[in-house]
Structure formats: structure tokens, C-alpha cells
Design a protein around this ligand. Sequence first.
Ligand SMILES: *Cc1c(COP(=O)(O)O)cnc(C)c1O
Length: 379
Amino acid sequence: MKRNLLLTPGPTQIPPQLCAALGRPIIHHRTPQFQENLKEAVEGLQYVFQTKNDIYLIPASGTGAMEACVANLLSAGDQAITIEGGKFGERWTELCKAYGAKPEVVEVEWGSAVDPQVIKKLLDENKNIKVVFATLNETSTGVVTDIKALADVVKKTDALLVVDAISGLGVVDLKMDEWGVDVVASASHKGFMLPPGLAFVAVNDRAYKRAEQTTSPRYYFDFRKAKKAWEKVDTAFTPAIGIVIALCESLKWFKERGLEENFKNYARLAKGTQAAAKALGLTLLAKESCISNALTSINLPENIDGGKLVKIMRDTYGVSIAGGQGYLKGKIIRIAHMGVVDEYDILTGISCLEKVLKELGHKFELGAGLKAAQEVFNT
Ligand SMILES: *Cc1c(COP(=O)(O)O)cnc(C)c1O
């Protein structure tokens, strides 16, 4: 059996300990035994979300958490701001429209981050904005948003700040309570190193009150149902039992390593990958000022077909990286630094990238990327 190294920004590698937890025989969920798991999972998540707020566990991929936010916080006709600097920012806009809300779209050049002052101006001009939707780590571009600065702007208004932290949580810093973020959404298959199928939404009181007033139709994703169940340490519907149990193991790892240590580690992996790309004569998509530590997006020269590069790396050598999305399809590659990925995984990825770039005719000195990354990792 061949290696299958995932350096993709979701799903991510599942370490053996978590595979073992996922493989345990199932238990029933309406039991004191599972209640212990639920409590442990929510408390562990509160540590990673840096919050004391309720966190609802919803069996769904990440988009389910996003839909839950829109369905609970906006009624048809409500105005909202969405920030579009990539594929996932666009998803907020599409979800708002699906619920009959009116998103005011702030377009940001892909590779750049939103200027919080632009949001401030819009909020000053229009007091009817109910929600500002942002993305912590825009996975299609590798840009990190300054959520603290955004929260400073939004918390002075009646609008709520909702952050898609699906790929960024536990990887880059997000202090939900200290910064004053109202809602944070995440999911199991990025930084948490689990299969897709479990989404998380942390909701503060201000946002919960809004959910009680919203008139959008909702059933499965209703925060009111989730809260009522959680008051009895229960879930409204059958939870993703196996993933919740494995999540407890994942969260132990976060606690043992410590969030700060995690952030430092991913920053180092990102710096090494960035240095490698430059040493191979390639440029980075994200601007220096907003480059994310959760993944590195690398521009490819015109003569290199990104689709082909990704395919050869995966199918011939067993190393998965991601290609570009939207208009960047075939033009960039993306290497993730999240979950259990360490420097030797990154070095394997870079070495494979070098091999295939050579095969495809890119000119550089073999080993240049590895050397540059090693130098970062050894300082
Ligand atoms: C992965 C991801 C999502 C959710 O995508 P799903 O396919 O529904 O899991 C949303 N936002 C960001 C930033 C992501 O990286």
C-alpha cells in the first residue's frame, strides 16, 4: 500500500491515535457514558475557541455550520455585509441570498485582506446592517483576516460579527471572548484532524437573542433546539457519535501541546514553506502583510499546468497538495500547515514538489527548496 500524505487544507491527516478512537465500537448516545464524552468535547472546544460561550455540535461538513449561522441570525430582507476575498467568502454571500437576505458584498482582491476601515465606513453609513460575515483563514488564497481589528469595529454597532474559522481554528489565533466575536464556526476535518461530518458553532448571548427573534425557517440547524438539548447535556438529534468520541482525543492533544505552542509551530512550518517556494523561483499569492500560517498558496509559472502537477504528486508519489479554486484553477498550488503536519511532512512535500516541477520543465537547482526550508526549521 502506497503512502497517502495529505498536505491539503481539509481533509487533513488523521493520526493513528485518532483512527483508533474512530474505530471503537459504537455506544448509544442517550447514556451517561456519552454525556461524559459530550461534556469533555464541549469543554475542550471552549479551550480551542477561547470562549466560555455555548458551542453546538452539528453533524454536517463546515458549510452546515455556516448555513446554521445564516438561518439563525438573518430573516428574509435583512441586510448584511459579506467579505469576498476568495471562494469561502463568496459562500457567505450565496447563503445570505438563499435565505432571502440582502448581502452588501465587499470585494477584496484575492491574495489581500479586507481593510477594517472599509467595514467601519459601511456600518457608519447603514445602521440596518444586521451581521458582518468574515473568514479567519481564506482557504482558497491563504490569507488571514485581522479578526481583532474587525471585532473592534463591529462591536461598537448593533451588528453581529460571525467568523468562518473552519480552516483557521486552532491553527491561527482567534480569541473569541477577548476580542468580542459573536459567533465562530468550525468543523472536524481541518485543524482538528478528524473525518468530515461534525461542525461546531460557538454562539454568545447577543447572537443567541438574535436567533430567538429571527423569522427564517429552520429545523435541523435551529440554535433554539440545540440550546434546549445542551441544557440537559444532550443533542437535539443523533450526534456524530464516533467523531465526538475521537474529538475528545484530538482536544487532549491541543490541551497537552498548548494553543500558543501550536500557533508557533504552524508559523514555523509556513515560514519554511514560503522560503522553499521562493528558493524554487516561485512567488506567493498572499501579500506578506496578510499571509496565513494555515496554508501557503504558491503561484505557478505560465508553462506549468497546476492540475497536472497536483495529479502527478498524488497519483504517482502519494503526496496530496491542493490546486487552485475558481479563477485560480490550474494556476496555483496550496500546501496546508494544520493538524498533525510536522516539518518532515513538509520536507517530504517540498521534495516531491521539486521532483515533479523538474519533470514538468521548471528550471531551478534541485534541493534548493529543501535547503531553504531546512534553514528555517533549524533556526
Ligand atoms: C473547508 C472550509 C469550509 C467548509 O467546507 P465544507 O466542504 O463544507 O467542509 C468553509 N470555509 C472555509 C474557510 C473552509 O476552509
